[in-house]
Design a protein around this ligand. Sequence first.
Ligand SMILES: *Cc1c(COP(=O)(O)O)cnc(C)c1O
Length: 335
Amino acid sequence: MTHPFADLRSDTLTKPTPAMRQAMAEAAVGDDVYGEDPTVNALERRVADLLGFEAGLFAATGSLANQLGLRVLVKPGEELVTDHNAHVVRAELGAAAVFSGITTRTWPSTNGRVDADAVAASITPNAGPYLVSTTAIALENTHNFGGGTIQPQDQVRAVQQLGREHGLGLHLDGARLWNAAVASGVPIGDLSAGFDTVSVCLSKGLGAPIGSVLVGDAERIAAARIWRKRYGGGMRQVGILAAAGLHALDHHVDRLADDHARARRLGAALGLDPASIDTNIVMLDVPDAASLVVAAADGGVLCSAIGPRRVRLITHLDIDDDAVDRAIKVLLSAL
Ligand SMILES: *Cc1c(COP(=O)(O)O)cnc(C)c1O
């Protein structure tokens, strides 16, 4: 067993850099439940401005930010529709049902890429007293379990139009929206436009140790702030955490292009079409995912089996060119 030199399981595994720790140590703080933490306020303002919304809310996790967004868009007993592999239905442990009484249905997709016709076929707005009424649609950009897929903007616009026609709420799970913006060259404010609520993560590719921001209009964010406290997510002098997010926005956004180039190089070396790798996630289809994970770990490369025959590799801030070169050798021999 080689000491792990490349941890490709997730981009959540990054450790704060010395400069980020310095920024955290120097952060001005106050009690955020009182609205008095200047660093949290600055982060919320900055992300809201970047994404083109009135207000922002700092949340400990992306799951909490998503769930607060859904909470303010969908009432108990109403329905959210989303992709069959969406994080909000697969990886948040039933939170929408448990916390908000939300029922969900899903549309099928290939690699998580949204098709507005599939969304149209899955909604049942104003269904009357017999069937569940759809009241919101959630999209995910990039799509995690789809393989870091960037959503086609024409389809996003078509889904938004469909939602508006039927008076539905529109939530975007933008945990990796920064990756989508950097890889596509489309400004992040264009990717977030047209939604009612958008969540973004600071703790994935941006490399902060914790934190997400939910944005929306002032009224929805005020409501989400109340729900955050009710869920036990009101935090105090967390400017020390928000400072990591602000530092990441200053220093770790443009460099996501390096993660994307490395993911493409890794995928190509493993026999994938590099054009199929949109951002920082590489999906390998293999006969036995669990045994590949064990063999790779033996050689010092950590990766995740996300299905019986599917392995996920994610590049991030702590994976440099050398780590990719060495990971390619280990993975090729493990394959
Ligand atoms: C990571 C992730 C989240 C949030 O995860 P947390 O672990 O709760 O921070 C939300 N959506 C997607 C698509 C993600 O990949």
